[in-house]
Design a protein around this ligand. Sequence first.
Ligand code: ZN
Length: 89
Amino acid sequence: MSHCPFCKKKIAMSKAFCSRNCKENYFQLIAIQVPKPFLKRIYVFCNPEQREEEIENFANRHGWRIDLLKNKIDELAAESGFSEDKNNN
Ligand SMILES: [Zn+2]
């Protein structure tokens, strides 16, 4: 047994992904690049509403799915320690 690299579901060894959807999401997620200065700006200088707006614009500008971009940003923010700020507001 092997695992789908996107949703972690168990799949047959002969398959790389459980579905075409997962394959597309996986490669789109890899393609998403979030520059550090952007991440810093939206967490340090924006309130939650402005942050949402910035993320939406960023996704539209690059043609990325907003939910995938948000996942990526949450992940990076946690890694960089930015998401802790949420508790201080
Ligand atoms: Zn999957």
